[in-house]
Design a protein around this ligand. Sequence first.
Ligand code: MN
Length: 239
Amino acid sequence: MRTLFIGDLHLSADRLDITQAFNRFLDTELDDADALYILGDLFEVWVGDDLAAPFALELARKLKQVSQRLPIYFIHGNRDFMLGKQFADAAGMQMLPEVTCLDLYGVNTVILHGDSLCTLDKAYQRFRKLRSFAFARWLYSCLPKKKRQAIANKIRSNSQSSNQQKSYVIMDVEPSAVDALFTQTHCKQMIHGHTHRPAIHDLTNDCKRIVVGDWYEQGSVLVVSADGVELKSLPFGAS
Ligand code: MN
């Protein structure tokens, strides 16, 4: 048996090829899987469950079917943090706290999206602090649909242009934040996404930090079993 982890699919109506690849993944890669964990940024942008795009609703129906066979867990990313219970229920996804510990075949593992580990990205951390306030989220949800759509568009284009200017170091995780989380959670293994730098890092003290890859040019999945961990890339063209 095995457990699968994915993240950073950044699904959008502009990139239906990714949705297609994800559908194929759901059809072909889940045999014998114990569970599927989606570690955030499933969607490129999310402005509210009431504004879900048609492709997203269609995907929800598919995920719901899959969830009859195995549990699907979801942790919010920085792009889809507004995804709510209504959509999660429709997709059969169980929402987890943004930092979650689990026993993975005998290894204590902490899972998260990963944006909170990028502590050198000061501008983003300020935004993060704000969005975690329930009140700010509630206020946002009270805005008219049109306004929320406009905000989402602005966030998207801002982050596209600011990412180009930020240096490599700022966008990766900060080792001290990683150490602090290991200490705080007493876990031996960490799995996250967000940085789009898929890798298995063997750290000191027998700790492992595993990063799942994004789905911009190919799919990426982490397969964990009692035998170990394997990062697989899934070419978009493959059947
Ligand atoms: Mn992210």
